[in-house]
Design a protein around this ligand. Sequence first.
Ligand code: MTE
Ligand code: MOS
Length: 752
Amino acid sequence: MAKLIEASSHVRGASRFIEDISLPQHTLYAACLFSQEVGTIVDLNLEPALAMEGVVSVLSAADIPGRNQIGGIFADEPLLAGAETHYIGQPMALILATTRELAYRARALLNPTIEPGRVITTAQEADQLGEYLFPERTMQKGDVDAHWGQCDLVVEGTTHSGFQEHVYLETQASLAMPEERGRIRILASTQGPTAVQRMTARVLGLPMHHVEVDVLRLGGGFGGKEDQATPWAVLAALGAHATGHPVKLALERHDDLMATGKRHPYSSSYKLGLKKDGTILAFDVTYLQNGGACADLSPAILERTVCHATGSYEIPNVRILARGCKTNLPPNTAFRGFGGPQAHFVIEAAIAHAARKLNLHTSQIQAKNLLEEGDRLPFGQVLEACHAKACWAEVQSRYNLEQALAKRDAFNKDHKLKKKGVAMMPVCFGISFNKTSMNQAGALVHIYQDGSVGVSTAAVEMGQGVNTKLCHIAATVLGISMERVHVESTNTTRVANTSPTAASSAADLNGKAVERACIMLRSRLLTHLAAKKNMLFKHLDLAKDQVYSEGKPLQYSWNRLIRSAFEARVDLSEHGYYATPEIYWNKEENQGKPFAYHTYGTAMICAEVDILRGTYHIDSVQIVHDFGKSLNRDIDLGQVEGGLAQGIGWMTLEEISYDERGRLLAANLSSYKLPDLGACPKKVDTHFLETDGNEKAVFKSKAIGEPPLLYGIGAYFALLDAIRAFKDIPLDHIQAPMTPEQLFNYCHKNEP
Ligand code: MTE
Ligand code: MOS
């Protein structure tokens, strides 16, 4: 089994992050002044900070040499607030001082005058007022209105799912260094090095080749550094550009929590029509996405929501309406699942609601409507190798759903104030960026004279193990041990025009680019040897650091082969490039084949609630997941368990509120409840469903980063199932997270 190349340096504390970098001489520390009010800026009044000893400069919007604009999809996001502030936590000025402490002390002296304006904090309010960030999206399949009449049951309801804070261990951080001739070099903790490069160039009025971005690794990103690492890196670059000094900007946790966006809350309403036997005929759904004050990635996230509206189910008639609502909160952003989990929550809620009315267990309706090969999703993509039913069936037999339900019933009969619940959670997740052009990646592979290999790609290592996968791929294709391969930092001068490491696609896209580069190198090396030794190319093979001919080892070790090729002036470097074939997407019509493939899985979740206290625990989560041919079972298992815990956290514990002025309440980690060991399931089993994988997955090992988060949704429904054993609550409005307080209210107040 392939080892995990970063594990030992991580656990020994030897892995480096931005805060570990020894700073160059004369580095200035930056503190960002954030708005504390939504409204019109009457007087920024930066004088008190400027007057302080040790403060070198204080920069505001007026000091930006290029465009004051960092919006990626829509140009609606100033780097520094101009005339108005749109949310609390919006950057207004940058204070540069000789020490970090002085920068923060100078900031504390500032108190800009802002004339308060209207504040909207919820999607519903924005919808009523017609405040949107971008045009609404609609999608249709079949004809819902023509089918309600054929249904035996039509249920209508509303749902709400909440925010989620990323809680990457490493807060947003970057170090920008001025170089010769106006160039800037930026070390950043970002999932999107090219986004940082592009926006820095735009803000400073430089060509992109004047900006170099280097990313060693992230102490977690989870989507929170896909676009939202950009402002901090650009601000550091602005400071460096303006002062000629290196500038470090690393957010303190409080500032990070206050100023950055979260997973989008969604307020949704649905109508679901079924036959008596549970067959779903029609689904009509409206999503109101709480987008925050500017678009950020919200349109792309809403697009994924729309593409995942039907969850893991085949539904012949579907109508979808989705609105990105503009509110006065920090722009909400990418978070593992990217709008997919929000969609799955709604369809699962609708099915649970229908099951109650039909007097069925939810799993009976789920099982009846699962996707299969040949089904056409509402946006036109036809499923090819669909393992939804295989995963479900394997859970059912391996972990015995019937027995779990029987045990639940027996327990519930014996206990008045403790109840158990069981839920199944099937997952179907599209792999690729919806936006076709983003599905490309490059790799640069160097073989050095001593036989060691350096691999550079667009992929950013953020704990998900992509470096190990890339190392494994290069080593396998070249037939050498992983020790010979080093995966370099992600650097925009080595690999340009990088797509962000996101959409679970980094290993596929960059792995394929590495594979191609290494195939070229391997073939070039063996061609050289065949010519030199007068042997047939097709007889030669590279494996175990050695050349073989017709299966027998030659007197050519890898090192000798490389020396020989170098002497003969064979190019030992190669650029590999990969663009996912066959995919396309028509954004205007919301039709196409946006995904390279889908990933499938099913989880069975058993939970127990304490009716008196409102507390609960998850007894077990038993998963059958379609990994294809897993490249690294340790990494993949880690992604399943980590994603599951994060999903359970979102659905059951993690709660964020803003007051009516848009102020984040309790902006610290001591009051943000993350899943800890106690909250994690007592038992987690993950079975690897071995399938043929998919040609578009690197080494046929399917993308794993995001899909497992969705299993956490099952925890919510297992708790709901348990509550219903105590009290038959109506289910026409359900709300996540299921905190103990909320659970208590469901049991005793009949409302969330
Ligand atoms: N795992 C760890 N440990 N840390 C992370 O930040 N991010 C997740 C997932 N797993 C993340 C993680 C998200 S949001 C995505 S999109 C994928 O990893 C990105 O990496 P991949 O494309 O290599 O799967
Ligand atoms: Mo992941 S939300 O696509 O960064």
